[in-house]
Ligand binder design. Structure first.
Ligand code: IPE
Ligand code: IPE
Ligand code: MG
Length: 253
């Protein structure tokens, strides 16, 4: 099994401060369809190329020492797409998880699935369950795959669970804190993403990490997802490192 070697990139030349790498990077992998269409190819080819980009970025993130990588793979709204495209996306995700599992496991990656599993096709549900179970004790990069994920439905899920606890007398309404709320989200236990990246130039969250991204820095890159590579990742992090994060306070300088 291939064990990833640390990249030999000289990060300082790329204006990266290795001591200030985001702990949690979240990516809206957008633009597969347009990437293909621009080349006169079917959208499915774009999705396949998107999987290749994902492979590279997972390795690159690991090299950089990112601890949590959350990727938006399929939204609760993506079911609106033509059935054939939904089918292609489901089978590509299934293929990715099954094919990459051994290598990810060998490299100590912990795979977590964020999203509603009940509506997924049975084979994908099974692949997700196997991957999460097999890698559950791994201590390296945490790869959160947001699959059939939507920020609003995640928040509703948390509200319903908490309401039930209050109703059953397990919790008092006064005890509902941000920490309690977060413990009911799919991202339970993960720090908030410092950086959310969206490819293909679109400037919206599209229902991604609505609670968690409250104070995330957002970087929009023009490249479509299949063109996003290690170099793009380094540039994005360099951009993030120039931001002044104030969290409602005032800047130190
Ligand atoms: C991202 O690419 C993949 C998913 C949303 C599943 P798109 O399929 O959204 O590509 P565009 O935005 O139509 O180009
Ligand atoms: C967001 O992209 C969802 C994923 C990347 C999985 P979309 O392409 O679905 O978003 P909209 O429709 O442009 O907002
Ligand atoms: Mg899109």
């Amino acid at each position: 099994m291939k064990v990833w070697k640390k990249a030999t990139d000289d990060f300082s030349k790329k204006n990266i401060d290795i001591t200030r790498i985001p702990k949690h990077l979240a990516i809206i992998m957008d633009g597969n369809g347009r990437w293909a269409q621009k080349k006169g190819l079917p959208r499915a080819i774009g999705h396949r190329a998107g999987v290749e980009a994902l492979r590279e970025i997972v390795r690159g993130s690991n090299d950089l020492g990112i601890k949590y990588l959350t990727i938006y793979a399929f939204s609760t709204e993506n079911w609106k797409r033509p059935q054939t495209e939904v089918g292609i996306l489901m089978s590509l995700l299934n293929e990715y998880i099954r094919k990459e599992l051994a290598e990810l496991h060998a490299n100590n990656v912990k795979i977590c699935i964020l999203g509603h599993r009940e509506d997924m096709p049975a084979d994908l549900r099974e692949a997700c369950a196997t991957a999460s179970k097999k890698t559950s004790d791994n201590t390296g990069l945490v790869l959160n795959v947001a699959l059939n994920y939507g920020g609003r439905s995640e928040i509703l899920k948390a509200v319903k669970e908490i309401a039930l606890e209050v109703k059953n007398g397990i919790l008092d309404a006064d005890q509902i804190t941000e920490e309690v709320f977060e413990s009911h989200l799919f991202t339970k236990g993960c720090p908030e993403p410092e950086l959310v990246v969206r490819t293909s130039g679109e400037m919206r969250l599209s229902n991604f990490l609505l609670w968690q991204a409250a104070y995330s820095e957002i970087v929009i890159v023009d490249e479509c997802w299949p063109d996003f590579n290690r170099e793009s990742l380094l540039k994005t992090i360099s951009n993030y490192q120039k931001r002044d994060r104030r969290f409602g306070g005032i800047s130190e300088c």
